[in-house]
Ligand binder design. Structure first.
Ligand code: UDP
Ligand code: MG
Length: 319
């Protein structure tokens, strides 16, 4: 930023929105308050991800009030990651900031993000040092999940860093070339490379409304965890193979023992040994088949090659 805190960088803010009517007024108030001292040259690209409340009505009003606000509205709910992807596709700025609508991530961080960008970073991550309103257990699980994802992949993902990031135009363009059907965006943003840096902050409680965790849907944390692993690593497959080898090897040793005992006239253990062997092997087979399924599922999703989303309407774009 220049001495007076302004920048010549053309700024795009991308906001995914799904049922956020309680947050929309304050969201724009805060965003605009954060942007105003920095630059007059900005756009806010809002993606309405099939909201069922009055979000779209409110967004229309906001777009009418402020011509910098542009709205892309999906024909139904396609999920957080897809909404962000669409927002990036519609954005034009030199620097693109992605931020959730629920004000958990502070727009007040914008100057710091732009500062890092102007110092030459293509990706500026924001890393939460603590999270308001989230239990210690959830924090612990989150941290363990990040550690496991990092352990399985060759890329080092910043821990405790969500989707609230700044990306340069060339980083966005590279990301958009990927065209993955079920993208793990925060991973892919690291995958892109270039110079990356981090800004630290405290994550707030959701301002209003409930988090959207439709079971087994896009933003479900357990699903995101699995996605983080299978989209960057083949390690689970290798572990399955290793387990298979180990089981076969121990079965072979046991077979020798059985033969030896037979010749030494030792009574073979019966029903319970058989039962545990069957259950153990059955469990192992189902697990490894399940892991295979995760990868085959991803191939299936890619192979169908459906478009990522369907747009119902747009508002505020030139063409
Ligand atoms: N969101 C979305 N589509 C969805 C679910 C969520 O666009 O299917 C948006 C939501 O409006 C919010 C952001 O994605 O702006 C993050 O959602 P949420 O706060 O529920 O997730 P969390 O912060 O708990 O991870
Ligand atoms: Mg949230």
């Amino acid at each position: 930023l220049a001495e007076n805190g302004t920048t010549g960088v053309e700024l795009s803010i991308v906001v995914p929105i799904f049922n956020e009517q309680e947050n929309i007024p304050l969201l724009f108030q805060k965003l605009e308050a954060a942007i105003a001292p920095i630059t007059p040259d900005y756009e806010i690209v809002v993606v309405n991800d099939g909201s069922r409340d009055n979000s779209l009505g409110l967004l229309r009003q906001e777009a009418k009030r402020n011509s910098h606000i542009k709205v892309v509205s999906f024909s139904r709910n396609f999920g957080h990651q897809i909404a962000i992807t669409a927002g990036m596709e519609f954005s034009k700025g030199d620097a693109v900031v992605i931020i959730d609508a629920d004000l958990q991530d502070p727009p007040e961080l914008l100057p710091q993000l732009i500062d890092e960008y102007e110092k030459g970073s293509d990706i500026v991550h924001t890393t939460r040092t603590s999270r308001e309103g989230e239990s210690a257990i959830k924090m612990l699980i989150t941290r363990a999940a990040y550690r496991i994802i990092n352990f399985t992949s060759d890329i080092e993902f910043p821990k405790n860093s969500g989707i609230f990031k700044l990306l340069s135009r060339r980083a966005v363009n590279e990301l958009l070339k990927l065209k993955e059907k079920d993208p793990y965006l925060r991973g892919l943003m690291t995958w892109v490379g270039f110079k990356q840096s981090q800004v630290y902050y405290k994550r707030e409680r959701r301002f209003a409304g409930q988090p959207h965790y439709p079971l087994l849907r896009s933003i479900n944390p357990a699903r995101t965890f699995v996605l983080g692993i299978v989209s960057f690593s083949l390690m689970p497959l290798n572990v399955c193979l290793l387990l298979g080898f180990l089981t076969s090897f121990s079965a072979f040793l046991y077979l020798i023992a059985v033969v030896v005992m037979k010749f030494m006239d030792i009574n073979l253990p019966g029903w319970s040994a058989l039962m545990s062997a069957i259950l153990f092997l059955g469990g192992m087979q189902l697990t490894t088949t399940g892991v295979l399924g995760l990868y085959i599922g991803r191939i299936y999703t890619e192979a169908k090659n459906r478009p990522l989303y369907v747009i119902e309407s747009t508002l505020g774009f030139d063409t």
